[in-house]
Design a binder for this molecule. Structure first.
Ligand code: AMP
Length: 481
């Protein structure tokens, strides 16, 4: 099938050609004609399938008629994270290169005033995270009665992050006559209920369920001791041995480990960056940008980065930990082997990971090959039992302050009591920038004097996140009296 049979406008077809796309993907050929016919869409597809273009291309065609009015956006796209929102904005700018459309991005961690100015000018396409959108609405700066097309993207991710009440509220603020395009990688019952409430006779388009891992990703397991330094050494071995390694994402389960692994790789002189929910927005964007450009070759990340981010041409994925949620495995390794390219994914496995590994292999319906010897989980369990009997702690027992919940800020820690780990991480992401610790890379470096590499990396304590300007000035020489 060719793009020019789908009903897209000339301007959009020219942009598609400029992007170098030869043929529409399955979700694109399924959704685009239906969107152009003004039908609601229920798209069951994950990122990497060409999902973003399946709604942006027909929206651009539809937006060619009509014009924007101040504070009344014509279309609204809801995304669960700031990165995804920024990525959709990039897509709109790329595919909309032949259009003169006003696009506004409303995400947290950025000042309200710039966003207000854009809204005042009139917005054709508003891309937002739910919290920031409602903030603008409550401040009276935004009217939603003009929205003709509503896109709810990554709905299952929104559910994980506790955004569903916000989504329900937003849907009620938008005219009932709107067209709704709804995308989710999975369809848990809560999402099913939402689609029944907010979609009218939708066209259902389903591509590759989440349990199917990309055919072109070679997957391997590597046995390792559960001590953290042993795991880091095993990771370095894998990095050294990996063939055709162009760039890679190293996934960790905990934010704390993201920092530790990042520092360790940096000490070993790898070209490395880090990405997790406690970093401020600017640093995260900068990291991602440098990774996309290739200035950074390795990116150590938490699962915040696992879903949705479109980083083309990642040649390898390394799981420093076996993810405790089997679907996260599918999403993590989905960062490689995209758009028909080949990819490789390695997972470090310890004797304590059997339960999680089993869940993954059940989900993907296949056994992953071991690189070297497989772990004898039976023996590992016996050893743990014997250690417990002897009153020794588990080999990788962590102190109580080394887990995700205590990694979070106090306010989100309170909220987190009944929530899974992933939710805590994402909630931290939505905290105001002021509450986020200054990322290590943003800390002011002393101009003179010697300090060790480790010392350079330590964040400031005592003065909190704010360092008064006078403390950063060079001392003035005393005047001679
Ligand atoms: P997405 O699922 O929207 O995150 O898209 C995944 C990647 O596929 C992005 O890098 C897109 O630029 C690319 N892509 C989208 N549509 C096509 C297409 N029809 N042909 C080739 N690549 C595409």
């Amino acid at each position: 099938m060719a793009f020019n049979t789908l009903g897209l406008s000339e301007k959009v077809l020219a942009a598609v050609e400029a992007a170098g796309y030869k043929e529409p993907t399955a979700i694109q050929s399924g959704a685009i004609p239906q969107v152009l016919e003004r039908r609601d869409i229920l798209g069951i597809a994950q990122t990497g399938t060409g999902k973003t273009a399946s709604f942006t291309l027909p929206m651009l065609t539809l937006l060619e008629k009509g014009r924007a009015r101040a504070r009344m956006p014509r279309t609204l796209i809801l995304e669960p994270t700031r990165e995804l929102a920024a990525q959709v904005e990039e897509n709109f700018s790329r595919y909309g290169t032949n259009h003169k459309l006003n696009i506004a991005l409303l995400i947290g961690g950025v000042s309200f005033s710039e966003q207000d100015k854009k809204l005042d000018r009139g917005t054709d396409v508003l891309i937002a995270t739910p919290g920031r959108l409602l903030d603008h609405f409550e401040r009276g700066k935004l009217l939603l009665q003009g929205v003709e097309i509503l896109v709810i993207d990554e709905a299952d991710r929104m559910l994980d992050m506790g955004f569903i009440p916000d989504i329900e509220r937003i849907c009620k603020l938008i005219p009932f006559t709107r067209q709704t395009l709804f995308f989710s990688a999975t369809m848990p019952p809560e999402i099913q209920r939402l689609t029944e409430t907010f979609l009218q006779n939708p066209a259902r388009i389903e591509v590759a369920p989440t349990s199917s891992t990309a055919e072109n990703v070679a997957q391997f397991l590597k046995a390792t001791d559960s001590k953290d330094y042993e795991k880091r050494a095993a990771l370095r071995d894998l990095l050294e041995g990996a063939e055709d390694l162009q760039n890679a994402i190293v996934f960790c389960n905990r934010k704390r480990d993201v920092t530790t692994v990042y520092r360790s790789l940096e000490r070993h002189e790898y070209n490395v960056g880090a990405l997790h929910g406690d970093m401020d927005q600017r640093t995260r964007m900068m990291m991602l940008d440098n990774f996309r450009k290739g200035t950074i070759k390795l990116l150590v990340a938490s699962d915040v980065a696992a879903r949705g981010l479109d980083i083309p041409e990642v040649s390898h994925v390394f799981n420093f930990d076996v993810p405790s949620n089997a679907e996260d495995y599918v999403h993590r390794i989905g960062r490689t082997g995209r758009a028909g390219r080949k990819g490789t994914a390695f997972t470090l496995v310890t004797g304590e990971d059997q339960k999680y590994l089993d869940a993954i292999q059940t989900l993907i319906k296949k056994d992953i090959d071991w690189l070297g010897d497989a772990i004898d989980f039976e023996a590992a369990a016996q050893e743990r039992k014997a250690r417990r009997k002897a009153g020794k702690p588990s080999r990788n027992a962590r102190s109580s302050n080394d887990n995700e919940a205590t990694d979070a800020k106090p306010s989100s820690r309170r909220r987190s009591q009944s929530k899974p780990r992933e939710v805590v991480e994402e909630q931290v992401e939505e905290l105001p920038e002021m509450l986020n610790p200054i990322p290590v890379s943003n800390l002011p470096q002393r101009q003179s004097g010697r300090r060790s590499r480790n010392e350079k990396l330590e964040p400031a304590f005592g003065a909190g996140v704010h360092i008064p300007a006078f403390l950063l000035r060079e001392p003035r020489p005393k005047k001679a009296s």
